[in-house]
Design a protein around this ligand. Structure first.
Ligand code: NDP
Length: 339
């Protein structure tokens, strides 16, 4: 049966990665495009998803049978801290419009995207899929976190009341080409790449916000893309699933900054501004559920010259190469990147 797969947020970091994988993996292969599939990638210029009418028109235009819903107001720590209501409200509006329109259009399957930010601040680690609602999220991003948590609540409600096949994915920190490199609004890796790039260009110090001590798990966008494609085809359960590297693969912000310094080839003064907030110290997430279901997925198929790289803490070279891809993409696309 023919499928029309609509990807919202298709112009963003994760959406572009899904498009890349679908277009570049061999047709008919596990992650490549299947013959009966039509993939459509939309951004905010196609429809402002805060608006129910624009959302409805988009569904009428494309008639999607499946939706991967990535669109969101996304930002780094400082952006989240400053605009809590905006993050709460805009994401609630976007998500409600997509979920309800998917219901009214009888969409066969909807996968929405949460984030590990949704988890409680005070929680036993590692994070797993059962702990989302077991305490308040960290204060720094409670607006974004509550809006994302609500998607899980809505998925269950749509399933119970109307039998909808709605589910959600929980990625850890993502990085890769087409990221948002805006110095105020970006996540940690693109922010550090941009800062370090400018420090090298201008001969100024490279100053990293915070102590550099917090630990995070990072996933390369094109590996994450494959996991979404797998979910679309093979995962049919309302319960969310964490899409991440293993919990033993946390790295410190300092390790990331060191790698960025190497990737950019920066040789100037490099310091940490310990007066800036660190955010949560660590929040390791378990990928046990994912690994138990996906079978033979390999996170680190290290092949030089190939984009399908994911850093591996045990092998820092892989991380460095993946970062170099991101840094190179940024330098090559400086004029058009989101800065
Ligand atoms: P980006 O910021 O790169 O992209 C956001 C996307 O959402 C863009 O395509 C943007 O469209 C679209 N969008 C934003 N507002 C609207 C709107 N009002 N109407 C329609 N489209 C809109 O995000 P990512 O790719 O990084 O994130 C994708 C998903 O993954 C999000 O749901 C995010 O919460 C989640 N996530 C991301 C993580 C990360 O580290 N990046 C970590 C964990 C989860 P346009 O560009 O055309 O304006």
């Amino acid at each position: 049966m023919a499928s029309v797969i609509l990807v919202t947020g298709g112009s963003g970091l994760v959406g572009k990665a899904i498009q890349h994988v679908i277009e570049n993996e061999p047709a008919g292969s596990r992650f490549g495009k299947k013959e009966n599939e039509t993939w459509i990638f939309v951004g905010s210029s196609d429809a402002d998803l805060r608006d129910p009418e624009q959302t409805r028109k988009m569904y009428e235009k494309y008639q999607p049978t499946h939706v991967i819903h990535l669109a969101a107001l996304v930002g780094g720590l400082f952006h989240n801290m400053k605009y809590k209501l905006t993050f709460l409200r805009e994401n609630i509006l976007i998500n409600d419009n997509i979920l309800h329109t998917s219901y009214t259009h009888k969409t066969q399957k909807l996968i929405s995207c949460l984030s590990t930010c949704v988890f409680p601040d005070k929680v036993e680690y590692p994070l797993d899929e059962h702990k989302i609602h077991s305490g308040p999220p960290h204060d720094s991003n409670f607006g974004y976190a509550h809006a994302k948590r609500l998607v899980d609540v809505q998925n269950h409600a749509y399933k119970e009341e109307f039998g909808c096949n709605f589910t959600s994915a929980i990625p850890t920190n993502v990085f890769g080409p087409h990221d948002n490199y805006d110095l105020e609004h970006s996540h940690v890796i693109p922010g550090l790449i941009h800062k370090c790039y400018l420090a090298k260009k201008n001969g100024t110090p490279f100053v990293v916000s915070g102590t550099g001590k917090p630990l995070r798990q990072f996933i390369y966008s094109r590996d994450l893309a494959k996991l979404f494609i797998w979910m679309l085809r093979e995962y049919d359960d309302v319960e969310p699933i964490i899409l991440s590297v293993g919990e033993d693969e946390e790295v410190s912000i300092k390790q990331v900054a060191d790698a960025v310094v190497q990737a950019i080839g920066f040789q100037g003064n490099y310091t940490f501004d310990t007066t800036r907030a660190d955010g949560q110290f660590r929040k390791p997430a378990s990928n046990k559920k994912l690994l138990s279901l996906i079978g033979d997925f390999t996170f680190t198929p290290f092949e030089p010259g190939n984009y399908y790289l994911l850093f591996d803490v045990m092998n820092p070279d892989n991380f460095l190469l993946a970062l170099m891809e991101s840094a190179k993409w940024f330098a090559d696309n400086y004029d058009n990147a989101r800065t």
